[in-house]
Design a protein. Structure first.
Length: 237
């Protein structure tokens, strides 16, 4: 089979799987809206499995490990600019009182600009900050710099993936209903609660996979690569 046909076969497979995952939401929603919110986690698991597979094919044969492959796929093939930002609410909570004074003051100022007790939602841009800005504020504090890097959204999505895949639960106590109409992450709060909850909605994961599939399609065609060359034969499983 010509390489072009092999590429179309591979990409078509993932596009069909995306359609199935989307139907899980629409079919359930029409009969049981409450159940649809529970199905959202199942959809996220499916999307993360797809991202894992695509990352393995894209970076096949490289000694990167699952985390680095996954994050590299997000960086290079999902067209998600906000992934480069650092989550200010998550970082503030992780650092506690041990943060360098300048860094902690900056984070506090960002958080004070919004009222969490109103029980509302905010986009990532309301709080989140480019990595280098926060690294500069961390100065020479090695522990703080590590915490800053690990609170970048690309890293957080991988950690979220680990909760889904290895523990079959979602971290952080965000409520999916805040993201029912969203395809991008957001923060929300609860009335009389001081914490901001980071939500990665199910449709956001759908968007990541769809973007990765489209990007890889173009990459395979441009380089004339057969994606199945990176898929091990399973006949002898």
């Amino acid at each position: 089979m010509p390489t072009q046909d092999r590429i179309e076969s591979f990409i078509g497979y993932f596009r069909r799987q995306l359609a199935v995952a989307a139907r899980l939401s629409s079919d359930v929603l029409s009969s049981d809206p409450d159940m649809a919110l529970r199905v959202a986690m199942h959809r996220k698991v499916l999307y993360c499995v797809m991202l894992d597979c695509l990352a393995g094919v894209r970076y096949h044969g490289r000694e990167l490990g699952s985390r680095r492959r996954f994050i590299r796929l997000l960086r290079n093939h999902t067209a998600w600019p906000a992934g480069h930002l650092v989550s200010v609410p998550i970082l503030y909570q992780r650092l506690g009182t041990s943060a360098p004074a300048g860094l902690r003051a900056y984070l506090q100022t960002k958080l004070d600009a919004r009222d969490p007790e109103a029980g509302n939602g905010e986009p990532l841009a309301a709080f989140d900050t480019p990595l280098q800005v926060l690294l500069d504020l961390a100065d020479t504090d090695a522990d703080a710099r590590v915490q800053v890097e690990q609170a970048q959204h690309f890293q957080l999505v991988y950690r979220y993936r680990n909760f889904l895949i290895h523990e079959f639960r979602e971290p952080g106590y965000a409520m999916e209903s805040f993201g029912e109409e969203e395809r991008e992450p957001l923060y929300h709060s609860y009335v009389n609660d001081h914490a901001w909850r980071l939500l990665y909605p199910a449709d956001f994961f759908h968007r990541l996979v769809a973007a990765a599939v489209t990007s890889l399609h173009a990459w395979f065609i441009h380089d004339g690569l057969n994606p199945y060359d990176s898929v091990p034969d399973s006949s002898g499983w």
